[in-house]
Ligand binder design. Sequence first.
Ligand code: SAM
Length: 285
Amino acid sequence: LFNKDLGQHILKNPLVAQGIVEKAGLKSTDTVLEVGPGTGNLTVRILETAKKVIAVEMDPRLSAELSKRVQGKPEQKRLNIMVGDFLKTDLPYFDVCISNTPYQISSPLVFKLLEHRPLFRCAILMFQREFAMRLIAKPGDNLYCRLSVNVQLYAKVDHIMKVGRNNFKPPPQVESSVVRIEPRNPPPPISFKEWDGLMRIIFVRKNKTLAASFKTTSVLQIIENNYKTFCSTNDMMIEDTLNIKAKVISVLQSVNMAESRASKLDIDDFLKQTFTFVNIIIEVR
Ligand code: SAM
């Protein structure tokens, strides 16, 4: 019996499993990281080409089953099973990641992969359909959101294939999709903390104008505090007449972005103006 809390839905359609592995474009020299191998339906296919597979599985029952599956075979030596929570595991070197992921850890999983160094070549990952659509969403799409920009800042994401519920045992509640993630190498040289701070402000209401998003009392309060801290740590005088709202609006207007809406701006628009934004916020913390 499968454990629902661990999102255990075994991929039973061999054509889908084959398709996922083929999309990875594996080389015979590759080390592959697999998250949640389960009973190993993807694992055995990956082992046909890759030099080595490191599989991180949280459920010791399934890891035992997988180890039995390769026992006494030549592949056994090329499979390293780590039993534990992927999110708490120190990742070894890998070239490619392939995973039919447990959906409840989708978002932290993606960011953990993108933070890992050295950068991997590509990742082929199965997600809940809506999550996948958020990852690939472009400006103007309904699902374009903070997740879209934060991931696309660091990677090119493509939709590979739709996978219906009935390809799994037991079938999950939702439809699935496979995406391909290819990290931008080198990654853009910006502070993720500052970037994400800005995205949190402007994607709360992504259809509002940037001027309106920044004019919120709580946002202005943060900016004013940051500005004051910045001034005092840099031995700068704070103007008696400080009007933070007017200051913010005038900066936005100077770059023609006061009337722009987050929902319509792409990564390049944001990157072009990062310095402006950082000036406004003087580092969102
Ligand atoms: N890869 C297999 C397949 O395609 O048939 C199983 C996929 S199933 C959707 C997800 C797998 O991830 C399960 O084996 C589950 O036990 C495992 N899992 C769940 N949470 C995990 C975590 N935090 N770290 C590692 N593995 C996890």
